[in-house]
Design a protein around this ligand. Structure first.
Ligand code: ATP
Length: 222
């Protein structure tokens, strides 16, 4: 599903990622961990083509991301569910519209959009906030909307950047359960987190980054 070949990314002459090579097979569940600034977000950004590497190749779903045009990037992103660190909810749209928006991009009929949006919000316990604007929600609630939006498209690949950052332990574990369910159904999942206790509670393959380098590829917390 994902192949990184000797990937290097530099910002203003400072390396954010150095010589990263790894493969994530279809259907795997992988944590990406490491201290703040280790390069976790940068690596995820390369995977949804928000960035391109300075050197090396990033291949996702059989496509070399450096060679894609805009339309191909948009098509690829429709097959992914991305949970951003800052949620990226549409501020002027309601919670419900934030979800139906992505379903509309997939061309689903309106009734199906409404049905799926309600179901996805119910899953994260926010169906009663369907008509609220994001700013009327707490940080943790916004995060759950962002997760619902990623799951609702039934993606082939989920990329989540600190998806439990604003949640209490109970909600965090519930949310990991949703990712696990998607994973059981065949979705490849990559979760970036610095929370080692989250990895301990849900052991899985764990890639450890330190100062831009992949220093461990292991099972469970480092
Ligand atoms: N757009 C940017 N411009 C300049 N430097 C950047 C940019 N994005 C990231 N960096 C730098 O690249 C390095 C890796 O950052 P990154 O955000 O990927 O780390 P991270 O592991 O996700 O950290 P955190 O856990 O704090 O989110 C850091 O030194 C950071 O300052």
């Amino acid at each position: 599903m994902i192949r990184l070949e000797n990937v290097t990314k530099t910002y203003c002459g400072r390396p954010a990622l150095v010589g990263i090579s790894t493969v994530v097979e279809k259907g795997e569940f992988v944590f990406l961990t490491g201290p703040s600034g280790a390069g976790k977000s940068t690596l995820l950004r390369l995977l949804y083509r928000a960035e391109v590497p300075d050197q090396g190749r990033v291949v996702v779903a059989g496509q070399d991301l450096t060679t894609l045009n805009r339309r191909e990037v948009a098509e690829l992103r429709r097959r992914m569910g991305v949970v951003f660190q800052d949620f990226k909810l549409l501020r002027r749209r309601t919670v419900g519209e934030n979800i139906t928006f992505v379903l509309d991009l997939l061309g689903l009929p309106e009734r199906e959009q409404q049905r799926r949006a309600y179901h996805a919000l119910r899953q994260v316990g926010l169906q009663h906030r369907l008509s609220a604007l994001p700013e009327e929600l707490s940080g943790g609630e916004q995060q759950r909307v962002a997760v619902a939006r990623a799951l609702v498209v039934q993606p082939e690949l989920i990329l989540a950047d600190e998806p439990t950052g604003n949640l209490d332990p109970e909600r965090s574990h519930e949310l990991m359960g949703f990712f696990r369910e998607a994973n059981y159904r065949g979705t490849t999942v990559v979760v970036a987190t610095h929370d080692v206790s989250l990895i301990a509670a849900h052991p899985a393959r764990t890639l450890v980054l330190e100062r831009g380098r992949l220093v461990q590829d292991r099972w469970g917390p480092p």
